[in-house]
Design a protein around this ligand. Structure first.
Ligand SMILES: *Cc1c(COP(=O)(O)O)cnc(C)c1O
Length: 423
């Protein structure tokens, strides 16, 4: 049996209808921005493998750090024990995070980072004997697939089977350019009508919605409204964190700090699954008490896995090199030039860029759904041409590893231009 035949016998893939989906491609090797399948066909990974891999596949610097940690202390339970790699990650993050973030809590993936933040927001008010049980989130948000994260997510086909089983979430519109006031007004109204504990948002870019972008000033205003009303704010930087928006964190564009931040994806450079939720001292203090019932009873077996911590430290070191910062600027300039080139194309509705993130919306005759027919046509065209891009409906986005060469980037652009002509 071939790998793909064995795969179809045993494996259940994410976000996949196995009856109608195409067979997956078996990848055997990766290096830099490139992947090779079992027949040695080469692909450019233009979405950094779901946004996790800024420094390239099989990165030797991170691999060496992981090997060293694996042969020193691969894992130890974090209940009642601690270790240097976890402490170093905390110290490193304190240097680069918004200054009000003072405590860090480890978990395993983006959804759990969000799950922890939402539970903390709810228990924060429980501990203070205040009845606040509603979470505010954006329309078309994506925060992950565990239950509270799913409740906060607004993309319906991810969540429709579970309607009626969620915590209370109310939704407000995203303050896209020209529609900011509607978003501010909706937030004020929601806060008046509900007992709101927290507001969770993807800062500046809604990834899974198709790289929908909005301005820092609008986010600042929303956070200020929350602060005036004692509603906790949660910046879900799982996608935007670690340089994607051109600054270390998207919140670095905003002049007011959130109460909590969720991190994962690029945290370990695409190597070991790990996530972190960070908090202000004030949030932590609401759990700090003689009463054990006020503690945060949440944890995961692999919490603060030392090998993951070593990978995170190596990744942050790489991010901070001048070379990597220059790469981010280079890709941003390149995207802006490409945007200018195609935004007036008759088949293009709009194109947008922030940091290394680029997105283009293509005109479609029919109402294009998330996994609609244009999406399939585009996806297959990209794969045939050796470029990994996963369009969201009629939106094609690029989120390259920062080490992608100019030549590779030009090939990605050219393939997108050809795809626009083709559909
Ligand atoms: C991917 C993502 C998540 C979920 O992370 P997982 O590791 O897939 O659980 C949460 N929030 C945002 C903004 C994401 O992009």
């Amino acid at each position: 049996m071939t790998l793909t035949e064995k795969d179809s016998q045993y494996l259940w893939h994410p976000y996949t209808q196995h009856k109608t989906s195409q067979t997956p491609i078996a990848i055997s090797r990766g290096e830099g921005a490139l992947l090779w399948d079992e027949n040695n066909k080469e692909y450019i990974d233009a979405i950094a493998s779901w946004w996790v891999n800024p420094f390239g596949h099989s990165n030797k610097f991170i691999a060496d750090a992981i090997y060293k940690q694996l042969t020193t202390l691969e894992h130890v339970l974090f209940g009642g024990f601690t270790h240097e790699p976890a402490i170093k990650v905390a110290e490193k993050l304190m240097e680069i995070l918004p200054k009000n973030q003072q405590k860090i809590f480890f978990s395993d993936n983006g959804s759990t980072a969000v799950e922890v933040a939402i539970k903390v927001a709810l228990q924060y008010f429980f501990n203070k004997n205040e009845k606040r049980t509603t979470i505010i989130a954006f329309e078309n948000a994506f925060h992950g697939d565990t239950f509270a994260a799913m409740a906060a997510s607004g993309i319906s086909f991810y969540t429709q089977a579970f309607q009626g089983m969620f915590i209370d979430v109310v939704r407000i519109p995203v303050p896209i350019k020209g529609k900011e006031e509607a978003s501010f007004d909706a937030l004020k109204e929601v806060i008046q009508k509900h007992n709101c504990a927290g507001f969770i948002f993807e800062p500046l870019v809604q990834g899974a919605a198709g790289m929908v972008m909005y301005e820092p000033e609008a986010l600042q205003k929303l956070i200020e409204i929350c602060k005036e009303n004692n509603v906790l704010t949660i910046a879900d930087e799982v996608m935007t964190g670690f340089g994607k928006t051109g600054k270390t964190f998207a919140m670095d564009y905003v002049n007011v700090n959130p109460d909590m931040i969720c991190l994962s994806k690029a945290l370990t450079g695409g190597t070991i699954p790990m996530a972190i939720t960070t908090f202000t001292q004030e949030v932590f203090d609401a759990f700090y008490d003689d009463d054990i019932n006020k503690a945060l009873f949440h944890g995961h077996t692999f919490t603060a896995n030392p090998t993951g911590c070593a990978a995170a430290l190596a990744s942050i070191d790489l991010l901070q090199t001048e070379e990597m910062q220059d790469n981010i600027i280079r890709i941003n300039k390149s995207h802006l030039a490409f945007q200018k080139k195609i935004e007036n194309h008759p088949k293009v509705i709009t194109a947008r860029t922030l940091g290394v993130i680029f997105a283009v919306e293509i005109k479609s005759d029919s109402e294009e759904s998330y996994y609609g027919s244009m999406r399939t046509k585009l996806y297959n065209f990209f794969i045939e041409n050796g470029v990994v891009l996963r369009p969201v409906g009629n939106i094609v986005y690029i989120l390259p590893p920062y080490i992608m060469t100019d030549e590779q980037l030009q090939k990605v652009y050219k393939t997108i231009e050809e795809a626009i002509e083709m559909v």
